[in-house]
Design a protein around this ligand. Sequence first.
Ligand SMILES: C[S@@+](CC[C@H](N)C(=O)[O-])C[C@H]1O[C@@H](n2cnc3c(N)ncnc32)[C@H](O)[C@@H]1O
Length: 254
Amino acid sequence: MKTKKTTKKQTGKAARVIYCKDKTGSITYTTDGKFLYAQIDNGGEIRLDLFDNHYYKLRIYNEIPILEIDGLRMQLVKGFKTPLEYAEKVVAGLSIPSNGQHVILDTCMGLGYTAIQAAKSPGIGTVLTCEIAEAVFTLAKWNPLSDGLWENGTKILPIHGDVAELIKTFDSRMFSFVIHDPPRFSHAPQLYSSDFYKELHRVCKSNAKIFHYVGSVGKGKGRNIEKEVAGRLSNVGFKKIKYVSKLQGLFFSK
Ligand SMILES: C[S@@+](CC[C@H](N)C(=O)[O-])C[C@H]1O[C@@H](n2cnc3c(N)ncnc32)[C@H](O)[C@@H]1O
């Protein structure tokens, strides 16, 4: 990481306790509505935001931490009780069988909510999750609700790197399931490209089931991102492509 900034709380607003990291209460998390703070045993306090080419910040939404990058929310919250409910619905939509040791690729780790939810499925043996930004790893390590990413015995393998490059190193027909939850199109166009989809097709087993968040970019201007993406997916060989508007994403199969 080139630069990292953690700032002491400056707002005069009363802080509200949100979480304690563990039973000993060694880290207490508070929020003033705008920021999330970690209070450490020795009395120090860290505001959980940092700059590293982009501005990364944790904040609370309906009692759950979410990640913002340059002011854009990385968890879909509209229409859901909490940001965790989105992950629950995405994983439920994959209809993962309850038996087996299936391997799932979670292309974009973020705070790990989709990866952690996928790991709860008894039929999942391994979750590979990729994250390009070191700053996101730093914030996820502070976030008490991301602990499932690194707990002992977890099925989850977090990998630091650009999934558009990492995917080229994965074996063919390695994954039974994929969750592709990239930032919106304008912030990661390569993750919506035919080249990426060809690689995705290669690493999927036949009949693999995939979810792809596409967002709602250009909706007001007559653009139909789900149709554009569905066309490219179909061209590389994916089938049974179905749009679920509540999740702003597509389910499809190889
Ligand atoms: C929408 S968030 C993912 C949220 C995640 N599914 C969760 O449940 O918390 C997208 C994440 O992808 C990361 N990202 C962006 N481009 C990437 C790339 N090329 N490879 C891997 N991760 C990337 C961003 O830093 C961000 O953390």
